[in-house]
Design a protein around this ligand. Structure first.
Ligand SMILES: [Zn+2]
Length: 430
């Protein structure tokens, strides 16, 4: 039986196309044995064999070129579609049209393995816009992708924690950030977020631990905050009727932060409650060295101390000192009222004139006019009334306190600003 065996040339066939070079070979096509070709033109059968070899090569080359072209066209088309989606989406985002942007960016967002950074940016934007559910869905989808690097996994986990925090899912956020404590890159940031969570939950012991770890890592002075946490614990102890426990916690707060006015005022109040007048006065005198803006806040406690020690004149001197040294208008007004009550009107007028000579004050100006009205008559009295009407009444502004960080104003003193959440950032206005 004859097989269509083909003996392939063992040398390159193009050699036969070179002139002046002898070609000798024997080969078979089908069952026909051919003769040798020596120093002459190749036979027809040889040409057929050559064609049989070249045709598959040409076909393969054509297929490969077509594939390359197809792939190139596909990639170009895909890149163009991405570019158009991206451009339209960014345009909508610039116009603050989040829904339209989301729709425009949909091909990019839902493509697998592409647009990772864009999706992260969008997730961040959604959260910032309050679209927490969309941010969560986006980040949860990202976290399920295969082939993410370690950095990408950690970053997505952090974003998920931030989403949970924004959604008020504090337990999930706590779990996410606790997991990131094991990472080198996100440990400090995770501690910062955990600190926020424990403050919102009023878990002060956990907050203290977090703040201490953060201080060890970053070597930043978080002592002020830790002191406030101890003050919060002292308040809780007082509410539970544990004065001794509250005292110990306030002392610890002062060890953390020697300038903690809140702790000093708390200790002074405890001493006043136990009628330890001299000790209370000694503790409260620290306030003007810690932060003179709070002198007005301790006037009632100091008044109790002087009253307990029978030192009315000494209290007047203290009030004079509080105004002249620290500009406490409340102290000046309290002194004027005390002088009026003791019928020392001339003394009160002399003090107000002295005070106004040092610092202009609307409150004291009104006090002076009202003092002069007591003895004024006729046209002078009418003129004083007109002046009093023209002077704005400072007591008509109910906000006595203002946050020096964010400008939040309040009627009551908050140690933690309800607006910016800064500790001890709210102070008396005057
Ligand atoms: Zn504030």
């Amino acid at each position: 039986m004859c097989f269509p065996a083909r003996k392939l040339l063992w040398f390159p066939p193009w050699r036969s196309l070179q002139p002046h070079q002898p070609v000798r070979a024997s080969y078979t096509i089908g069952c026909e044995e051919t003769k040798n070709v020596v120093d002459g033109s190749p036979s027809a059968s040889y040409m057929l064999e050559l064609l049989a070899f070249l045709l598959p090569v040409a076909a393969a080359s054509g297929w490969y070129a077509a594939q390359r072209r197809y792939r190139s066209d596909y990639l170009r088309h895909r890149a163009k579609a991405f570019h158009e989606s991206y451009t339209r989406g960014v345009g909508f985002l610039l116009q603050d049209k989040v829904d339209e942007a989301l729709e425009a960016l949909s091909p990019v967002i839902h493509s697998d393995g592409e647009g990772f950074e864009l999706r992260l940016a969008l997730g961040h934007l959604f959260r910032k816009k309050g679209l927490v559910e969309k941010a969560l869905a986006l980040h949860e989808n990202l976290s399920s992708l295969a082939g993410l690097t370690k950095d990408q996994v950690e970053f997505v986990s952090y974003q998920l924690g931030m989403d949970y925090l924004a959604a008020g899912l504090l337990d999930r956020a706590e779990t996410a950030f606790k997991a990131l404590l094991e990472t080198e890159r996100y440990r400090a940031e995770a501690l910062r977020q955990l600190l926020k969570i424990y403050q919102r939950e009023r878990d002060w012991w956990q907050a203290i631990e977090c703040a201490r770890q953060l201080r060890r890592i970053q070597k930043l002075p978080h002592g002020e905050t830790v002191a406030q946490f101890y003050c919060e614990l002292a308040d809780n102890a007082l509410t539970a009727g544990d004065s001794e426990g509250a005292w110990r916690l306030l002392r610890t707060a002062l060890e953390e932060d020697a300038h903690c006015v809140r702790a000093t005022m708390g200790m002074g109040a405890l001493l006043v409650e136990s009628a330890a007048w001299a000790d209370a006065l000694g503790v409260l005198s620290q306030v003007e060295r810690q932060d003179a803006a709070f002198v007005s806040e301790i006037l009632d406690l100091v008044a109790s101390c002087f009253k307990g020690m029978q030192g009315d004149d000494d209290f007047n001197n203290y009030l004079r000192h509080a105004y002249l040294q620290h500009g406490s208008e409340d102290a000046a007004c309290m002194l004027v009222e005390r002088l009026k009550c003791s019928d020392d009107i001339n003394g009160a007028i002399a003090f107000v004139q002295e005070a106004l000579g040092r610092t202009p004050s609307l409150k004291l100006s009104r006090k002076l006019v009202m003092l002069l009205l007591r003895s004024a008559e006729g046209a002078q009295r009418e003129a004083l009334h007109l002046i009093l009407q023209a002077l704005p009444d400072p007591t008509s502004d109910p906000a006595r306190y203002r946050c020096h960080r964010c400008g939040f104003q309040a009627r009551e003193l908050h140690w933690n600003c309800p607006s910016c959440h800064g500790w001890e950032t709210i102070k008396p206005k005057h």
